[in-house]
Design a protein around this ligand. Structure first.
Ligand code: GAR
Length: 193
C-alpha cells in the first residue's frame, strides 16, 4: 500500500477533498494507496480535528518549538518518515522548506498554489491578480523544488476574475477548483511514484 502524507497549516479543505476522493473512489483498492497521516505545523489547525474524525492519524510538529528551519524540518521529516510515504502532499502548508527537506522527497512532494504559476508566487495571490487587472486567475498543482512555488506544473484550473471581485470572492472561486484538481492530480501521481 502506498502511503500519502498530507501537510496542512489551517482549514485543510484541500486535505479533506483528497481524503473524500480517496474514500469515494476507493483508492485503497483501485490505486493501492491511502492517506496515512495528516501533519500540521500549527496545533490549532482546524483540519486536524476533521482528519481525526475521518479516522486518519494526525500529528503536530510545531515550528515555534524549534530554533530555526533546519531543526524544524528535521523533526518534520522524522514524523513524515514514520509513515514511509510514497507521496508528500502540501495542502495549505504555509512554511518555506529547506533545500535538504525538499531533496529528501525529490519527485514525491507536491504543492497546490492559488495562482496560475509562474504568475504570482508567494503570498496575497488573489489581491495581486486583481490589482494587475488580470481577467483570469486560477490554481496550480506543481512539483516542489527548493525554489518557492516553482517546479514542474502537474495541473492547473482557470477561473474568471469578475469586475466586482474582492480577494475573498476570488479566493472562494479558486478554492472550488482546487478541490477538483488536487485529488485528481494526486491520484494520477500516486500511480507514478
Ligand atoms: C489554499 O487556497 C491553497 O491553495 C493555499 O492555501 C489555501 C489552503 O486552504 N496555499 C498556499 O497559499 C501555499 N502557498 P485549505 O487549508 O482549506 O486547503
Amino acid at each position: 500500500m502506498k502511503n500519502i502524507v498530507i501537510l496542512i497549516s489551517g482549514t485543510g479543505s484541500n486535505m479533506a477533498a483528497i481524503v473524500r476522493a480517496a474514500q469515494q473512489q476507493d483508492w485503497a483498492r483501485r490505486l493501492d494507496a491511502r492517506v496515512a497521516a495528516v501533519i500540521s505545523n500549527r496545533p490549532d489547525a482546524k483540519g486536524l480535528a476533521w482528519a481525526r474524525e475521518a479516522g486518519i492519524a494526525t500529528a503536530v510538529v510545531d515550528h515555534k518549538a524549534y530554533a530555526g528551519r533546519e531543526p524544524f524540518d528535521a523533526a518534520l521529516m522524522a514524523e513524515i518518515d514514520r509513515h514511509t510515504p510514497a507521496l508528500v502532499v502540501l495542502a495549505g502548508f504555509m512554511r518555506i522548506l529547506t533545500p535538504g527537506f525538499v531533496a529528501h522527497y525529490a519527485g514525491r512532494i507536491v504543492n497546490i498554489h492559488p495562482s496560475l504559476l509562474p504568475a504570482f508566487p508567494g503570498l496575497h495571490t488573489h489581491q495581486r491578480a486583481i490589482d494587475m487587472g488580470c481577467r483570469v486567475a486560477g490554481v496550480t498543482v506543481h512539483q516542489v523544488t527548493a525554489e518557492l512555488d516553482h517546479g514542474a506544473i502537474l495541473a492547473q484550473a482557470v477561473v474568471p476574475v469578475l469586475p466586482d471581485d474582492t480577494a475573498d470572492t476570488l479566493a472562494a472561486r479558486v478554492l472550488t477548483q482546487e478541490h477538483l484538481i488536487y485529488p485528481r492530480a494526486v491520484a494520477e501521481l500516486i500511480l507514478r511514484v
